[in-house]
Design a protein around this ligand. Structure first.
Ligand code: UD1
Ligand code: CA
Length: 470
């Protein structure tokens, strides 16, 4: 049990100007803190991860409690140094401590591992993960003892930089490894003589160096990984970076993505090879797409599964649904939670489904509402068919057996069973069960009045003539 990981996540995130705690803001479809915990638990088991919470601590804890990590409450947020002072009791028994920031979400486990290995190899008291990003403004800068040296003299916060120091491009990522003994022997030396009146963890570098302890820096291979999210604009940049990385990973696995910069794909989404994703598609949450599918523009698919060879036409919205192999959806289909579309089935334009299973090869091609329904295979649902599933108080089920033909503009008043192979005449309102192989008609009989229109036209002319005094 040599390493603990402490994640600092107690701060308010004043610069976001948001009511929500910073670490609960999302990029790539997950909270910042969730990303950091996922990286941490690739390095040490969750029971060795300690999250320092404070601002909206309850909400933060419940958002990530399922990940099995420990929580430490920093009731008053008096700086990053104070956050680690608060964690002292919980982690002092570990030989080494890795400190991560809850607002640096792109960090990869491999980078944490190389920080750990460098720290051990250098036998350092403190090892700082550094980077040289395109724009170092706003970050603390790392002052090396001499150019090219592994050793660090101090970290200077952005606001405290002298004009000479301002030209230093190497930044502090806010991610460190410490040897516990050295850290906790001297952590009480921190003071609040700075622009924010806070205990800065960054000051440990200078304090340790003064005590002749070894402080080193290792530059991250990829500067993007250590970018922090302090404002909503930075949050948007990190979100775009993460989604682009997800899109690239999928492309490397054989997925065609046109205009990947326009697609919004959450990090947990999987897509099979030879699938084509057109511009402006969103694949969100726990969504899994099979091989050789095509997802056309402006479709939004959340927590749903598509098997192989599924075609999603433009503008479809899917939530918590499942489409089997060869199914075709849309354009403009809406699959609400609990929709299961069978193999080779078609759900066409302006068709809405909810808690409905549709069997193999069945078709509902136009303008329908199918809710709380179980529909067999080879069924044809005519345009404008509605399951009347709600009586104002309760929901009721509709069962349509195999090979049924439902004519257009039919209302099916649930609970109701339409027997196998039966026909429903167009325009029917069906309120009673239909036995297999029957024809059900539920509409007023048509009356046709010969010559009615001619006599009406004659009458209209007469009235007008009278009005005009003719
Ligand atoms: C910090 C570093 C800066 C570095 C930057 C990298 C300090 C003083 N500065 O600045 O050198 O370049 O990170 O991103 O450390 N937190 C607590 N308790 C507190 C205060 C903060 O848990 O009392 C947490 C925050 O929630 C956040 C993290 O610590 O997750 C960093 O705090 P933040 O205020 O964002 O520090 P920066 O100003 O970004
Ligand atoms: Ca920060």
């Amino acid at each position: 049990m040599r390493f603990a990981i402490v994640i600092m996540a107690a701060g308010k995130g004043t610069r976001l100007k948001s009511k929500r705690a910073k670490v609960l803001h999302q990029i790539g479809g997950k909270a910042l803190l969730e990303h950091v915990i996922h990286a941490a638990t690739q390095i040490v088991p969750p029971q060795d991860v300690y999250v320092v919470i404070g601002h909206q601590g309850g909400a933060v804890q419940s958002a990530v409690s399922s990940l099995g990590v420990n929580f430490i409450t920093q009731a008053e947020q008096r700086g990053t140094g104070h956050a680690i002072q608060t964690a002292r009791q919980a982690v002092t028994r570990y030989e080494h401590i890795i400190v991560l920031s809850g607002d640096v979400p792109l960090l990869q486990p491999e980078t944490i591992a190389s920080l750990r290995d460098f720290h051990l190899a250098e036998r350092a008291a403190m090892t700082i993960l550094t980077a040289v990003p395109a724009d170092p403004n706003g970050y603390g800068r790392v002052l090396r003892k001499s150019p090219g040296s592994a050793e660090v003299a101090a970290i200077v916060e952005d606001k405290a930089l002298t004009s000479q120091q301002a030209s230093v491009r190497e930044i502090n990522s806010g991610i460190y490894a410490f040897t516990s003994n050295s850290l906790f022997q001297l952590i009480n030396e921190l003071n609040t003589n700075n622009a924010h009146g806070e205990y800065y963890l960054t000051d440990m570098a200078r304090i340790l160096v003064q005590e002749k302890q070894r402080v080193v820096g290792i530059e991250a291979a990829n500067a993007t990984e250590v970018l922090g999210a302090n404002t909503l604009a930075e949050m948007a940049e990190l979100d775009a970076a993460m989604r682009l990385a997800t899109a690239r990973k999928l492309m490397a696995q054989g997925v065609t993505i046109y205009r990947p910069e326009t697609s919004v794909i959450d990090s947990g989404v999987t897509v099979g090879p030879d699938t084509v994703i057109e511009p402006y598609v969103q694949l969100l949450g726990d969504t899994h797409v099979g091989e050789s599918c095509r997802i056309r523009s402006y479709s939004v698919i959340e927590n749903s599964t598509l098997d192989h060879h599924v075609l999603v036409q433009n503008g479809c919205i899917l939530n918590d649904s499942h489409a089997h192999a060869g199914a075709q959806l849309g354009p403009y289909a809406r699959l609400r939670p609990g929709s299961e579309i069978g193999e080779d089935a078609h759900i066409g334009n302006f068709v809405e489904t909810k808690k409905t299973r549709i069997g193999k090869g069945s078709k509902a091609n136009h303008l329908s509402y199918l809710g709380d329904a179980e529909i067999g295979s080879g069924v044809n649902i005519g345009a404008g068919t509605i399951t009347c599933n709600y009586d104002g108080a309760n929901k009721h089920r509709t069962l349509i057996e195999d090979s049924v033909f439902v004519g257009s503009d039919t209302t099916l008043v649930a609970p109701i069973v339409i027997g196998e192979g039966s026909y429903i005449a167009a325009g029917s309102s069906i309120t009673e069960d239909v036995p297999a192989d029957a024809l059900a008609l539920g509409r007023a009989r048509q009356t046709t009045k010969a010559g009615w229109a001619t006599s009406r036209r004659a009458q209209v002319r007469t009235t007008r003539d009278i009005e005009k005094g003719r």
